[in-house]
Design a protein around this ligand. Structure first.
Ligand SMILES: *[C@@H]1O[C@H](CO)[C@@H](O)[C@H](O)[C@H]1NC(C)=O
Length: 254
């Protein structure tokens, strides 16, 4: 009697976890579009089905990244709308209007850790916190200029400024990526030093253009939406090229 009870409990708990782990199914283009639009970064597995290559690994990976919604689409007519002809795991993001594909035919062996890397590396947001992982995705983007917010995590301005600039970022989609550099960790001291900054000088705003390898600081003062917006616009209009760069000692004439 007890054993039966125990077994039935076991069975029902297994059934419950399986149900929780099932990924949402998208069955038509409209629902795929709505899903893509629902978050800054989403992942869709365009996969044959639950038995197919990569499905279980995607379910496992999805459980481990809370910040990115994951769904599955098994309707081949819908795949065609995204020019996909075979099983592909695709990450869609808004910050640079990018669609990153992981074709499962090429990647012969699919592993959960590999999928996790694929997601976390490419998780570029309207404002992305800089670290060794996101650095890869940021520098792979076609958008080569970064608006940088240097702030110390734990300071009172940190969250407020992150939200303020994150709200401004959509205006510059495809032109600038907004990046948050936490000055409170040692690993970022090189990035700060590159701009001639130290942790105690923060918060500050800078801009780095990797095409020209030039960098500038917004002059000290309030980090308001208007000032940062003007700073971004003057960069895009080519006006910053006339302005002295950050972290460069002025040449002393002898
Ligand atoms: C991903 O695939 C789609 C459809 O083929 C294509 O339009 C897009 O450019 C691809 N993305 C990259 C980064 O190659």
């Amino acid at each position: 009697m007890l054993i039966t009870l125990f077994l039935s409990l076991l069975v029902s708990s297994v059934a419950a976890t399986e149900k929780e782990s099932a990924l949402p199914r998208l069955t038509d283009t409209k629902s795929v579009e709505a899903f893509i639009d629902s978050a800054e970064v989403v992942v869709i597995g365009f996969l044959e089905g639950e038995e197919g290559h990569g499905y279980q690994e995607l379910v496992e990976a999805a459980k481990r990244v809370d910040s990115v919604p994951v769904a599955i689409c098994t309707e081949k007519e819908v795949w065609a709308d995204y020019s996909l002809s075979s099983g592909t795991i695709t990450l869609f993001r808004k910050a640079d209007n990018h669609q990153e594909n992981l074709s499962l035919d090429e990647a012969k062996k699919v592993e959960t850790d590999g999928l996790l890397n694929f997601i976390t590396i490419n998780e570029v947001r309207y404002i992305t916190e800089y670290n060794q992982v996101t650095a890869v995705g940021l520098f792979n983007s076609e958008v080569k200029a970064h608006l940088l917010l240097f702030a110390n995590r734990g300071s009172k301005e940190y969250t407020e400024l992150k939200e303020r600039l994150g709200a401004l970022a959509p205006q510059f989609t495809g032109k600038l990526l907004f990046v948050l550099i936490n000055g409170a960790v040692k690993s970022n001291s090189r990035s700060l030093g590159y701009f001639g900054l130290k942790s105690k000088d923060l918060p500050r705003v800078g801009l780095y253009d990797s095409d020209s390898d030039m960098k500038w600081l917004l002059p000290e003062g309030e980090i308001s939406t208007e000032r940062v917006q003007e700073f971004c616009q003057s960069f895009l209009q080519g006006e910053l090229k006339e302005v002295p760069q950050a972290g460069v000692e002025p040449k002393t004439e002898l």
